[in-house]
Design a protein around this ligand. Structure first.
Ligand SMILES: *Cc1c(COP(=O)(O)O)cnc(C)c1O
Length: 444
């Protein structure tokens, strides 16, 4: 990893607090936001973006923040990768939209081919494109029901799959995602997963519990699909114990149940492989992708085994914008950027830097450092009891943000800070951001 003062996109790669934060321009925008945008759409930081590239987001007051969030794991190649910028500019000048369902275009097909090539699914695949992660999950469930002729879907404790009616039902956590928004979609069941730091179970034992719940509470005859994030994202960057996923996927195979890997957050080079499923040695029947897929353009996908995907009747899958030509042009550029810039290796280096930082700066309140690649997290606990410490987590996050670093929290218990830097962040910026976390922890 090298550190250049200017990213290729012209945003200076250094942290700078030029004004008190938020500065006057951001404050003025916040007032306009309060008068025009509902309070339900909340923001993490009170600063308004003007430019972003590499590892920096620059705000309207000229403050420059170290980006440890990538807009929630989206801008993995950076927020203005030259390849993505060029591809978008060229496509937008040709045509912005025709709807693939009316007069199709090559970009959609090229993305489907590319996903078929990189997906951890052997044999022939098919890919359908949509706009958001939640929409991809909805459609994966539709395909699974259509193929199996069954209705029930099982999701796990700590799962996050989106905010639409069906995906809220699949999502585990109430606040802020589900509160007052019911009733939720029927035929969704929740079973225990694997959270080794908290349940202390090995993969085989945790899988036994999950499979028992699937059999006793739902029954394979009713179950269309089991859906799981190979690393649970919003739930706390939970890496299941070794062997858990393999056992669950095998049970699905043996019982005529489809396994859907929700790789919306863990996919697309984030973990140091194309998909987190690859670490587990599993092959999903269906896989959902979004977030990092198109360098910030709204795009999502369902990729699956051809014989499953092709059972849906013509016209059964689609949407006005799904696979928009500008978004598909960006997606092709993202794949090229990941391959040509060696970003899988960058993600692996980021993991090493983050692990080394916290190993060299130990603290009894750090319960666990976990994750893979550039999808890393630290779980904070009360050292006396091991209980989750959300208050400390919020205090650390607030101090780090005030110091000019964009940092997100997550976790069912709100006691996890997560690191999702762009894979193109410079080593020095990453280390500077991490040292602010340690500073904040020491003074908390
Ligand atoms: C973010 C996320 C979703 C939802 O994606 P949206 O684009 O916000 O609808 C679904 N699944 C996982 C694992 C996610 O992280």
């Amino acid at each position: 990893m090298t550190q250049s003062p200017l990213s290729a996109e012209g945003v200076e790669q250094s942290r700078l607090l030029a004004t008190p934060v938020p500065g006057p321009r951001s404050q003025a925008l916040a007032e306009r936001q309060a008068a025009s945008v509902p309070a339900g759409v909340a923001t993490t930081m009170p600063v308004y973006a003007a430019r972003a590239a590499g590892g920096i987001v620059e705000d309207v007051d000229g403050n420059r923040f170290i980006d440890l969030a990538s807009g929630i794991a989206v801008t993995s190649v950076g927020a203005a990768h030259p390849r993505v910028v060029k591809a978008v500019q060229e496509q937008v000048a040709q045509f912005t939209h025709t709807s693939f369902m009316i007069t199709p275009y090559e970009g959609y097909i090229a993305v489907a081919e590319a996903l078929g090539r990189i997906a951890p699914i052997s044999g022939e695949t098919r890919t359908a494109l949509f706009n958001s992660g939640a929409e991809a999950v909805e459609n994966a469930v539709k395909v699974a029901r259509s193929f199996t002729g069954k209705q029930a879907v099982a999701a796990f404790d700590h799962a996050y799959h989106g905010r639409t009616t069906l995906t809220m039902a699949l999502t585990a956590k109430n606040m802020p995602y589900k509160q007052h928004f019911g009733p939720f979609a029927p035929e969704v069941y929740r079973v225990p997963g694997s959270y080794p730091f908290r349940d202390g179970l090995d993969g085989a034992t945790a899988a036994k519990h999950a499979i028992s719940a699937l059999e006793k509470q739902i029954g394979a005859d009713n179950l269309a699909a089991v859906i799981m994030e190979p690393i649970q994202g919003e739930g706390g960057f939970i890496v299941p114990a070794e062997g858990f996923l393999k056992a669950v996927v095998q049970w699905c195979k043996d019982n005529g149940v489809l396994f859907i890997a929700d790789e919306v957050q863990s996919g697309y080079a984030r973990t140091g492989q194309w998909f987190a499923s690859e670490f587990e040695g599993i092959e999903p029947d269906l896989m959902t992708t979004a977030k990092g897929i198109a360098g910030g353009m709204p795009l999502s996908a369902v990729t699956g085994r051809a014989e499953i995907m092709d059972t849906v009747h013509p016209g059964g899958l689609g949407g006005t914008y799904g696979g928009n030509p500008v978004a598909t042009a960006a997606a092709l550029a993202v794949i090229e950027a990941i391959e040509e810039d060696g970003l899988l290796a960058e993600a692996q280096k980021i993991e090493t830097i983050i692990r080394e930082h916290f190993e060299q700066n130990p603290d009894p309140r750090i319960g666990e450092i976990r994750g893979r690649g550039a999808m890393m997290a630290v779980e904070f606990v009360d050292p006396a009891t091991g209980e989750p410490d959300a208050k400390l987590t919020n205090a650390v996050a607030a101090a780090v943000r005030a110091a000019g670093v964009i940092l997100l929290t997550c976790g069912t218990y709100g006691n996890v800070v997560r690191f999702l830097p762009p894979l193109t962040i410079g080593e020095a910026l990453l280390k500077e951001g991490l040292s602010e976390v340690t500073k904040a922890l020491r003074s908390a």
